[in-house]
Write a protein that binds this ligand. Structure first.
Ligand code: XMP
Ligand code: MG
Length: 227
């Protein structure tokens, strides 16, 4: 469920995600010096999965893929799913502006996770978006995990009457059972099945402020996030 009405100008190929290995980066003290984080998080975090520099470089690749996939004769409509996608969204907008790609943007708030478990009950706020009608729409997500959030969001977006709808996600989680029926056209990285935090991704509202993406450690999980 990744598209609706075909548009002759839109390229159908999907972006292959960058594969991040199971264990993330090796955590030697020398290598860790480059990663900065608030001292109160010391011992909460396990390995760095993706550095800020790798994210920024991938954002450039994704922006170029937008440039190649869409006609630049009309603005794209980029829909940010709050809160987690916000840093990725901001980086993407900056890069698209640098490439002179026209866009407008909207925000949706979706919430499904309680702690490290998907509640299966996705709540969507501010869903009536008139600016989507007749437009090429791209939903921007932080992570596709079970696919439940997008399965709920996509029909809402389609009901606004867009010309096309695609999904752009920074991360896709490698689940044995797959990500539901969700197959994003634009994906940054494929990550292992671990709970990841940082660069907007949270555990009960904590760790969104990290520059890099980390695997949350056992201590961090036990502490339970923001209380
Ligand atoms: P689903 O399962 O609906 O998940 O595809 C989508 C939303 O749930 C959040 N999510 C996570 N947040 N670490 C996080 O910090 C994770 O590993 C994780 N997995 C899912 C996220 O908001 C995503 O948009
Ligand atoms: Mg999200």
């Amino acid at each position: 469920m990744n598209c609706c009405k075909p548009d002759t100008h839109i390229i159908e190929e999907k972006m292959e995600p960058v594969h991040i290995p199971e264990e993330g980066r090796e955590r030697t003290s020398e290598k860790m010096e480059q990663f900065i984080y608030p001292s109160i998080y010391e011992s909460h975090l396990s390995n760095v999965l993706i550095s800020n520099a790798e994210i920024k470089s991938r954002v450039k690749d994704i922006s170029k893929a937008f440039q190649e996939s869409y006609p630049l004769t009309e603005p794209l409509v980029l829909v940010c799913t709050l809160k987690g996608a916000n840093p990725f969204f901001a980086a993407l907008l900056e890069e698209l502006s640098a490439l002179s790609i026209p866009y407008i943007f909207e925000f949706l708030r979706a919430k499904s996770y309680i702690g490290t478990e998907s509640s299966g009950d996705v709540k969507v706020m501010s869903a009536d978006i008139p600016s989507l009608k007749g437009r090429n729409v791209i939903i921007v997500e932080d992570i596709v995990d079970t696919g439940g959030t997008l399965q709920k969001l996509l029909p809402i977006i389609h009901s606004c009457g867009p010309k096309s709808v695609e999904v752009c996600t920074l991360l896709t989680k490698r689940l044995i059972e797959g990500n539901g029926s969700i197959s994003p056209k634009f994906t940054g990285f494929s990550v292992p099945d671990a709970f990841v935090v940082g660069y907007g991704l949270d555990y009960n509202e904590m760790y969104r402020d990290l520059r890099d993406i980390w695997i949350l450690g056992e201590k961090g999980i036990a502490l339970g996030g923001w209380k």
